[in-house]
Ligand binder design. Structure first.
Ligand SMILES: *[C@@H]1O[C@H](CO)[C@@H](O)[C@H](O)[C@H]1NC(C)=O
Ligand SMILES: *[C@@H]1O[C@H](CO)[C@@H](O)[C@H](O)[C@H]1NC(C)=O
Ligand SMILES: *[C@@H]1O[C@H](CO)[C@@H](O)[C@H](O)[C@H]1NC(C)=O
Ligand SMILES: *[C@@H]1O[C@H](CO)[C@@H](O)[C@H](O)[C@H]1NC(C)=O
Length: 429
């Protein structure tokens, strides 16, 4: 999740067209059914929802998403946009999704930023010598020789053990580009005390960051093809209909990127695995997309949207998990009042794991353009009070993850995706 870091830097002032319009395809009905019937239809999924929950939480799939995430992040490590590690991560996932027996596993090309941190350090020289822990911000320029203007930003976190938190930043048009780094809460507080005493502060900052031309990358895709709405083969067959589940595969270049967003990516894979294991094929296609370069501003997802928006009417629901896979509470949802009423019924199916809440505002940089264009969108709502402790730090490792929490997140994700993809009608817009 990269949104908040951008706001942080801002503070410091660094500154529908369906293709079947072309032919007379069979119309698909939406929103025609009276609500009590829809509620009854959804209640009829109680048993199947229970079987998904049982498999994920208590059955053979217990801890699978956690074990897969551990193997992935221990093998690859972190994977920042443009890096060799991100390439390796995409290759790893592509073959893992295939090996798992998912359908239509493929890569969709995108161009992504390529910024390399290089060596960096900060040494306070006055009022006393003190080595500062820093992390340059993505897209920052390097330090030149001699005295320099630079920005040091207090890391955004409610809890710190001297950990700097990196993130992406942008320079405003027309301003002189100066180096930017995050410092720890502890150092920021100390410098504030020093300044208040009128002490002169001198810091020697060294940053060797470099920006290269955009790199080639991919969004990674896997599906369970819908029984009634697969890819359209001719204009008289019913149009493709899709429920999209997602997380992002890239991370920052620190820690393991296990929380941000390894967990979100892995439960989006696990949801399809659970349904495949149970032999459940919904009417509509379930499509998992693992985005590239989310941390640089949802870059991979933006290109996906530009390419696929021509078929926007085929997208039933877009989902993203990018606020950690901690203990789940329910969903955050953006959609019409009618769609929300349907989703509220779907959430009741999660009563066995107490994750029935349906909050406002689906979140996620990778899905927000779909929501802005009127597609219903949902994000995983978890007990995220620890999220910003680890966000974009060396502390974002597998040790943050819990297998039990990931089982619950996977169950929720799979139940929602399956039921929404299988209902007789698409969610009303
Ligand atoms: C899953 O993880 C939990 C918590 O670590 C553990 O108690 C349980 O035995 C694990 N189950 C399996 C099947 O490994
Ligand atoms: C502080 O660091 C500077 C530069 O490395 C060094 O020249 C100086 O001796 C140090 N001062 C103390 C008090 O250690
Ligand atoms: C849009 O839908 C049409 C008709 O099904 C299909 O041929 C085309 O490939 C789709 N475009 C994209 C970008 O998926
Ligand atoms: C759900 O909540 C009930 C009542 O608070 C509790 O008894 C039950 O153990 C909870 N189940 C889970 C899976 O958390």
């Amino acid at each position: 999740m990269q949104g908040r870091q951008i706001k942080q830097c801002g503070l410091f002032s660094l500154t529908l067209l369906a293709t079947f319009l072309h032919c007379s395809c069979l119309p698909h009905s939406t929103g025609g059914k009276p609500f009590p019937e829809t509620a009854e239809e959804i209640a009829s999924y109680t048993k199947v929802a229970k079987s998904i929950i049982d498999l994920a939480v208590y059955g053979n799939a217990q801890n699978r998403s956690y074990e897969r995430l551990a193997d992935f992040t221990d093998t690859i490590g972190n994977r920042v946009s443009g890096s060799k590690n991100l390439d390796l991560a995409i290759k790893y996932m592509f073959s893992a999704l295939r090996k798992d027996g998912l359908e239509n596993v493929h890569l969709e090309p995108v161009k992504i930023p390529h910024w390399v941190r290089g060596e960096e350090s900060a040494m306070m020289l006055q009022p006393r010598n003190h080595t500062m822990a820093i992390l340059g911000l993505g897209s920052s320029v390097a330090t030149p020789q001699g005295a320099v203007w630079a920005t040091l930003i207090r890391s955004i976190t409610p809890f710190s053990i001297n950990s700097p938190h990196t993130g992406w930043q942008d320079y405003q048009e027309g301003v002189q580009k100066i180096p930017t780094a995050c410092i720890t809460v502890e150092d920021a507080m100390m410098m504030a005390r020093m300044a208040k005493r009128g002490q002169r502060i001198v810091v020697r900052l060294t940053m060797n960051a470099q920006t290269f031309p955009d790199a080639d990358s991919f969004n990674t895709v896997a599906e369970i093809i819908g029984s009634e709405h697969p890819e359209q083969v001719c204009c008289l067959s019913p149009p493709l209909q899709v429920v999209l589940l997602s997380g992002h595969l890239d991370s920052w270049d620190v820690g393991q990127g296990a929380m941000d967003d390894g967990g979100g990516a892995l439960i989006s894979w696990e949801a399809l695995s659970l349904l495949k294991d149970l032999g459940l094929r919904p009417r509509r296609t379930l499509r998992t997309v693992l985005w590239s370069a989310e941390e640089q501003g949802g870059v991979g997802a933006q290109q996906y949207f530009q390419l696929h928006k021509v078929n926007i009417s085929n997208f039933n629901l877009v989902m993203e998990s990018d606020l950690g896979t901690f203990s789940p509470l329910g969903l955050q949802f953006t959609g019409s009042a009618q769609a929300r009423a349907v989703m509220a019924e779907v959430m009741k199916l999660l009563k066995p794991i107490n994750t029935t809440t349906l909050e406002e505002h689906g979140e996620g940089i990778d899905i927000e353009m779909w929501m802005d264009a009127g597609v219903p969108g949902a994000s995983l709502h978890v007990a995220d009070s620890r999220y910003f402790w680890f966000h974009h730090t060396n502390g974002d490792t597998m040790s943050v993850q819990s297998p039990i929490e990931m089982n619950l997140c996977s169950a929720l994700w799979a139940v929602v995706a399956y039921v929404v993809a299988d209902l007789e009608e698409m969610l009303p817009r």
